[in-house]
Write a protein that binds this ligand. Structure first.
Ligand code: ACO
Length: 428
């Protein structure tokens, strides 16, 4: 028996179907509410609105559970490779050995970017934020591959765009970093794996061969996996909504990068390190910073704390905190910021304000400490997030297209002026 919700508006009752997910979560299907009753629902920031039925990622914020296609984030972070996880997210199943090598070979084929694109970098100021460059260049890919602009692409054409995106984002990102530090670009090396090739393009110098440290490559693999998808967050929803107008995939992903850049979303990883550095240099007790974060008249927020859906703990933060300890130990680095972060976490977790609002460290709280230990500059942190998130965005976009979802177009409640007559300029 299908379940029904009843909505009563001014004495009139309307029956609406209840949709049940595979983990028994419930959603009231309000698609017909307006045509039945004339009313829409209002939910600023979509705090209680399901925008789609999705089979990609399961997230239970109350219990701190995150699974990609049914596999727990803990198990994937420990046992899988990022490229395997990318295949899983995009295709729905873990690859066999031959599927994985074919997938890798198809990506590796496309790691170069068109030489004309190199000239874009020359036009940017040398301290241009890498996120601005990455978003622009991703969008520009659509002009180099005009077939991608055709909304009626074949499956093969879509697949080719996906390979190109996965292959070229590391190159575009590493070159944005080279622009930032004013060094010559390093071309991709196709005998290296995904993470190694990226690290080589970042850190290799003409005067000095870069030796890939397996500790660094492993940590990067884990970080990319932990960031690979997170269901209908701000950037994934952006990718889906832009794609729903049948804008091409390159541009939809570029829009996702822009959404991610904001400090309330992926840009928080840069903001966290900047905050920890300020706290370290300032030297005042942590309680002062907590008081600032609680003061509603002060714009300061504890960056890396709080989450729209996690109201218990963010499982990714737990894994990253441990990974940060491991990486610092293995690389023999002593970073005072990790001690500050741990102390800050303890102070916040024992504070009534944070407890009452269920504010816990999120994925961005400790990730910056690892990126810093790997030698990645602060301005590149959100680019690292984007590299990890790319397969998730692709999977979300693909699902939206395959399910033939309609164009995303929310309603509103108009609260502006009622109709009035135009007043000529000299009469105002
Ligand atoms: N510091 C201090 N207070 C906070 C914080 C914080 N980091 N986060 C939330 N609060 C408070 C709010 O002021 C609000 O208090 P109130 O009920 O007294 O008004 C309450 O907690 C609820 O917060 P909202 O902003 O309403 O929650 P929302 O779900 O809209 O926002 C968000 C979630 C944006 C992540 C928020 O917690 C925040 O700004 N955190 C800091 C930025 C950050 O770390 N972002 C990364 C998130 S993870 C990611 O996107 C990859």
């Amino acid at each position: 028996m299908s379940e029904i919700a009843e909505v009563k508006i001014n004495g009139q009752t309307y029956e609406l179907p209840i949709i049940t997910g595979s983990e028994d979560e419930k959603g009231i299907d309000i698609t017909k509410l307006r045509s039945l009753s004339g009313a829409v629902t209002l939910d600023s920031g979509y705090k209680n609105t399901g925008s789609t039925k999705s089979a990609v990622t399961y997230l239970d914020g109350e219990n701190g559970i995150l699974r990609y296609r049914g596999y727990s984030i803990e198990e994937l972070a420990e046992k899988a490779s990022f490229i395997e996880v990318a295949y899983l997210l995009i295709n729905g199943e873990l690859p066999t050995k031959s599927q994985l090598s074919e997938f890798e070979a198809n990506i590796t084929k496309h790691t170069l970017i068109h030489e004309d694109m190199k000239r874009f970098y020359e036009a940017y100021p040398s301290k241009a934020h890498p996120m601005g460059i990455v978003a622009s260049l991703l969008c520009s890919l659509s002009t180099f591959y005009p077939d991608s602009q055709n909304p009626n692409r074949t499956e093969e054409e879509i697949e080719l765009t996906i390979y190109r995106l996965l292959a070229k984002l590391p190159t575009i990102s590493a070159w944005a970093y080279k622009n930032f530090v004013g060094h010559p670009v390093v071309y991709p090396k196709n005998n290296l794996n995904y993470e190694e090739n990226f690290l080589n393009m970042m850190f290799s110098l003409p005067a000095e061969k870069y030796k890939i440290d397996p500790v660094v490559a492993d940590a990067l693999n884990k970080l990319l996996i932990l960031h690979a998808d997170h269901e209908q967050n701000c950037s994934a929803s952006t990718v889906r909504i832009v794609g729903s107008s049948h804008a091409n995939l390159y541009s939809s992903i570029s829009a996702g990068v822009i959404a991610l850049w904001g400090p309330l979303h992926g840009g928080a990883n840069q903001a966290v390190i900047e905050m920890l550095e300020t706290i370290y240099e300032d030297g005042t007790p942590l309680e002062n910073w907590i008081a600032k974060a609680k003061d509603k008249n002060d714009p300061f927020r504890l960056m890396g704390f709080g989450h729209r859906v996690y109201k218990n703990f963010d499982p990714r933060a737990k894994i990253i905190k441990k990974a940060a300890d491991d990486v610092l130990e293995k690389l023999g680095i002593q970073d005072p910021l990790i001690e500050i972060a741990k102390e800050l976490e303890q102070v916040a977790l024992n504070d009534e304000y944070f407890k009452a609002r269920n504010l816990y460290p999120n994925v961005d709280f400790y990730s910056g400490i690892i990126y810093k230990a790997l030698g990645i500059p602060t301005e590149m942190f959100t680019v690292m997030f984007a590299l990890g998130r790319l397969p998730g965005w692709i999977a979300q976009w693909k699902e939206m297209i395959e399910n033939k979802e309609p164009i995303g177009r929310p309603r509103q409640i108009y609260v502006g002026a009622n109709e009035r007559s135009y007043v000529p300029l000299d009469e105002r």
